[in-house]
Design a protein around this ligand. Sequence first.
Ligand SMILES: Cc1cc2nc3c(=O)[nH]c(=O)nc-3n(C[C@H](O)[C@H](O)[C@H](O)COP(=O)(O)O)c2cc1C
Length: 481
Amino acid sequence: MAFSDLREYINYLRSKKKIIEIEDEVDPILEIAEISRRATYSKLPPLLFKNIKGYPNWSVITNIYYSIEAFYDLFNTNKLEEITESFLDKMSGSLPVSFSNKIRNLFDILKLGKILPKSKKPAFKEDNNLNFNKIPALKTWPKDAGRYLTFSILITKDPDTGVHNLSVYRIQLLNEREAIVHWQALKRGSLTAFKYKEKGITKIPAVIVNGVDPILAFVSASPVPPGLDKYLFAGILRNEGVEVHELDNGILVPSTAETVFEGYVDLNDLRLEGPFGDHLGYYTPQDYYPVFKLERTYSRDNPIFHATSVGKPPLEDAWIGKAVERLFLPFIRILIPEIVDMNLPEFGLFTGIGIFSIKKHYPGQAKKTMMSIWGLGQLSLLKMVIIVDADVNVHDLNEVLYAITTTVNPSRDVVIIDNIITDSLDHTTPSPPLGSKIGIDATRKFKEELGKEWPEEVSSDENVVKRIMPLWEKIKTQYRP
Ligand SMILES: Cc1cc2nc3c(=O)[nH]c(=O)nc-3n(C[C@H](O)[C@H](O)[C@H](O)COP(=O)(O)O)c2cc1C
């Protein structure tokens, strides 16, 4: 079900009594984040704060992705992977990458035109009074460097293909018109910046938007492969195209965004970002990132500001990670066909630990799969990869432990790779974004790997099972004290 904007979603939540509306005054400095984290840990539904200290005409929404249930509700199914599976079935397994004319025709032929972005008159107006000091951006942890945009979307456009990138990066507000953009090296914003730089352009047209429909906001936090337009991907998940409006700088923005900040990212102006309490549950140390410079602002009447706070798991980003895991599994299976299932456990922090089951056909395949995973988009950030056989339920951590204990000979089955790109937030490495990786091959070994036949696993005698079943039922029901 597609919501046209954040307001429609809030009304839907109201109709389902799944929103908590708070009239008491709250301070965006630390208080909203403190309450919101408690709400997520308690699996409470989204919170709408309506009385923000110092920001009279604003409200703030947090905790939209309060658990995996929020996604089941949003997509009207608890089988999230079926959404992308059914789309891929329609495409016969091939991926569209942009909405150029060629693809547009193909889409029309396939009657998928409805998922393309549609031009619509904006619901926002130019607002010369608005600037970064006038929005209720949160300070989320006591030692954060300042106020941050935590669920705003940075939009950039590929200079060659016109593909749009919509990305959730934390953005540190410096003053009325400047903010530091924390994009990691292998993210779309950073990769696009590199393309502009190669052309000698160092002021990259960019827009920050806040307050959009929850599926578009989710897509902005999702690892959609860089060549694939995020508006297009959002259209696939919404089963309806996103309504967009073109700004003077040529960037398409959602027509119903609550606030829009048009400007550019200045690659020649790098400043120290942080510290910021991040999703590892630690403050990330300071590092240099480029500055967004604000030129024009737009807003809707009485705007709603979307924010979150990260910290020790499981907070909203953990549930976003779970939804990403389910929705992207069908795409990953196209690229790495032996993968059966995957688990990015909430407490593995999404980029920390990934467990993958595979259909193993040949010796050395588990290590080959690890390399494929580390070579695939944002999965390359995974610090620890565990590969198990297809019959292991990757979501049952005890089954995974059993597989590790019974299949791994560490000197043969553990791979360590040093000095490779890793999550910049990982404080365990001396010089991020370089770090190391560990891969564990916890599959049963072929003769070529073990040097002898794999031993036989115990299993019951079928005839004995048949014979004792009546007695066993009696023991469970009648004899049981
Ligand atoms: C609340 C939240 C904050 C995030 N902050 C950052 C950030 O500061 N830097 C970053 O590179 N990714 C951050 N991410 C992850 C990106 O949103 C994610 O990798 C997404 O795919 C955007 O990357 P892309 O531009 O390559 O698509 C954050 C995600 C969430 C949910």
